[in-house]
Write a protein of this length. Structure first.
Length: 317
């Protein structure tokens, strides 16, 4: 075989071999593609199955009955006392009342209201004391926030200053005390005498006095009656009083004039008529609601009306 023939034969073998390799390559690619498609399809089928499983609500489990106690377990004495003390402290702080002062006030009022309570019953004493403390806090709500913050710090000098302030309104300390007594004794009916400032109850009285002075300076519970133009002048005034409240009227009159007072009000109303100097007072905290006579002095007369009723009342003067 010559060289030309050998070269042609060699080319044919190489070409045949390439065709075989090309065929195998296509087969391998086809198998890989088929495997990819099958695998992706399997994943899609599995994902769909999981999604459907989530969309299907699980069967309701059978509830397991839990036994409940027939009634809530009550607090023991110690827990109840702790809760009472916590509530009282919260209320006191909200009112802005000094802790040390309040304990002193509680001691004094407790001794007044429960003088015979047996000391051998400490639990009962604490319960009674806590109940009284709650009542005291409710009573002290009648005072303004300003007065409550001053409880325990009032001095005789402040009382003198308040007297000067009402004097500038042509009012006397007698009227200031009448209005203050009305509010104080309505709040503490078990107290029979005006307490001194060095006592806790005296500090509460001073708190009411401060509020009275504040109201008088603002023109509340304070009115002036015009000077009569003739001997037979009739002047009328009417109003409305809450328990313990008072009203004062001023009228300028001359000595030797004739005055007739007729108050139409509840029998629990107290009437005072003070002369300008206070040396010839016509009525002082009197349940009498009528007076007539000749005036002893010239100047401003104070007509003070104070309610001792437990209910609101109206009056006409």
């Amino acid at each position: 075989m010559d060289k030309g023939t050998e070269k042609i034969t060699h080319i044919k073998e190489v070409t045949s071999r390439k065709k075989k390799l090309l065929g195998w390559g296509c087969l391998v690619k086809s198998l890989l593609w088929l495997s990819f498609v099958l695998g992706f399809g399997s994943l899609g089928w599995l994902g769909g199955k999981i999604w459907l499983a989530k969309q299907t609500p699980p069967p309701n489990p059978t509830p397991i009955p839990i036994p409940l106690p027939s009634s809530p377990t009550p607090f023991n004495d110690e827990q109840q006392e702790w809760k009472r003390q916590t509530d009282l402290r919260s209320q006191r702080l909200q009112l802005g009342i000094n802790s040390q002062f309040f304990q002193s006030l509680l001691d004094q009022v407790f001794a007044l209201e429960h003088p015979t309570l047996v000391v051998s019953q400490p639990l009962e004493i604490r319960r009674t004391r806590d109940a009284l403390a709650e009542q005291l806090l409710d009573r002290l709500e009648k005072l303004t926030e300003k007065a409550r913050k001053h409880l325990g710090s009032y001095t005789p000098e402040q009382l003198k200053d308040w007297t000067k302030q009402v004097n500038q309104l042509h009012l006397s300390s007698r009227t200031l005390f009448d209005l203050t007594d009305g509010a104080f004794f309505e709040t503490f009916p078990q107290v029979t005498r005006r307490p001194s400032l060095d006592q806790p109850l005296g500090q509460v009285w001073a708190g009411f006095a401060e509020d009275v002075v504040e109201n008088l300076n603002l023109g509340d519970r304070h009115g002036e009656i015009p000077v009569p133009t003739s001997a037979n002048t009739i002047i009328e005034r009417q109003g409305f009083l809450q328990p313990g409240e008072g009203q004062v009227y001023l009228i300028s009159l001359k000595a030797n004039s004739t005055l007739e007072i007729d108050l139409d009000a509840d029998q629990s109303t107290l009437l005072s008529v003070y002369s300008p100097t206070g040396q010839h007072n016509l009525l002082e905290d009197s349940p009498e609601i009528r007076w007539s006579g000749t005036l002893p002095e010239t100047g401003f007369y104070e007509l003070t009306i104070v309610s001792k009723s437990s209910q609101a009342l109206s009056y006409q003067l």
